[in-house]
Write a protein that binds this ligand. Structure first.
Ligand SMILES: [Cu+2]
Length: 100
């Protein structure tokens, strides 16, 4: 009976994980220098290339970037560097959700 349960439980878990993204980290980054839609587009494009990054939302209004990543450990230094390389100034990075 115990053996049976040990086999069945992970299978059920995998099925559950297939529909919802449980293993994700969401961070919000303050970005200085965003002035127009072109800025938003180019920054978004650069951040999407990072490993594990699934979603990038850039708000011109609040000057914040929201990144959803499936990476085991989201590299905040890499995010900051990417923002710098795209021509902007990164501020604080806040972790909104970490399901790991
Ligand atoms: Cu611009």
């Amino acid at each position: 009976m115990w053996y049976f349960r040990k086999i069945r439980a992970p299978a059920a878990l995998i099925l559950a994980l297939g529909t919802v993204s449980v293993s994700a980290t969401t961070v919000e980054v303050d970005v200085e220098g965003l002035t127009c839609a072109f800025c938003v587009g180019s920054l978004q494009q650069q951040l999407r290339k990072l490993p594990g990054v699934e979603q990038v939302q850039v708000s011109l209004k609040t000057k914040k970037v929201r990144i959803v990543s499936s990476a085991e450990h989201l590299d905040t230094q890499l995010i900051k560097q990417t923002v710098v390389d795209a021509g902007f100034t990164p501020g604080a990075i806040k972790v909104l959700e970490d399901d790991h």
